[in-house]
Write a protein that binds this ligand. Structure first.
Ligand code: SAM
Length: 213
């Protein structure tokens, strides 16, 4: 019923979160989205943006994936279609309210190959000893990427955790922000023998960095 009504007008449920302010779960045109006050977090345009980046990568030999910034998990659903449902995926998310929304509203607890870890992505990367064939870095608080994720120590850990032929997809900005930071990260990855592709104005808004060993 809610789904059908959402074709006539959007229906929104609001949930308060310590990390992300007021979160909105909105039914719109028959599909559920997760938004903050100023940004679409999951499903909707964010899902299209990450899908565009993933489709530019060769993921035929991708066996395990790390997603930093789980949100409502729209990229997990996209990955299921691209790499199949047998491969291992770890999703890291700082906000326990979002983890609950992801499991209950977007049914992520039904995805057997997904392990959800509620932790800060920087702390997780410091402790991590595993390698991944694909690392997706999609860390925002509303429209901003928190500053530690533009600092080299975080990227040292990302490089360390990328497998021999691994890929990185970095959702690097919304609306042309963080230009110097993006150049800095791209040149750090380049010096560490990654091939870099930069995609601008994806879905008219976002900058993506794709890196391949
Ligand atoms: C744009 S959403 C992620 C959307 C998700 N990748 C998807 O495909 O649906 C950004 C997420 O980053 C999370 N985040 C922000 N800072 C974080 C941190 N320090 N550690 C882990 N997650 C963080 C936010 O809580 C939010 O859920």
């Amino acid at each position: 019923m809610v789904r059908l009504l959402s074709f006539i007008y959007p229906i929104t449920k609001k949930v308060k979160s310590e990390f992300n302010g007021t979160l909105e779960i909105t039914w719109y045109n028959g599909k559920k989205h997760l938004n903050t006050k100023n940004a679409n977090y999951s499903y909707g345009s964010l899902q299209k943006i990450l899908k565009f980046g993933l489709n530019k990568m060769d993921l035929s030999r991708c066996n395990n994936v790390l997603v930093l910034g789980l949100g409502g998990g729209s990229v997990i659903k996209t990955l299921g279609k691209i790499i199949g449902h047998q491969k291992s995926i770890i999703g890291v998310e700082i906000d326990p309210v979002i983890v609950k929304i992801a499991k209950e509203e977007f049914k992520l607890s039904k995805i057997k190959n997904l392990e959800i870890i509620c932790d800060d992505a920087s702390d997780f990367m410091q402790k991590n000893r595993s390698n991944f064939d694909l690392i997706i870095v999609d860390l925002f608080i509303d429209t901003k990427i928190p500053s530690p994720f533009f600092e080299i120590p975080f990227w040292e850990n990302i490089v360390e955790a990328t497998s021999k032929e691994g890929n990185i997809l970095f959702n690097a900005s919304l609306d042309f922000k963080n230009e110097c930071d993006i150049i800095n990260i791209a040149s750090y990855l380049y010096k560490n023998n990654f091939q870099i592709e930069r995609l601008e104005k994806v879905n008219k808004t976002n900058t993506l960095l794709l890196a391949k060993r």
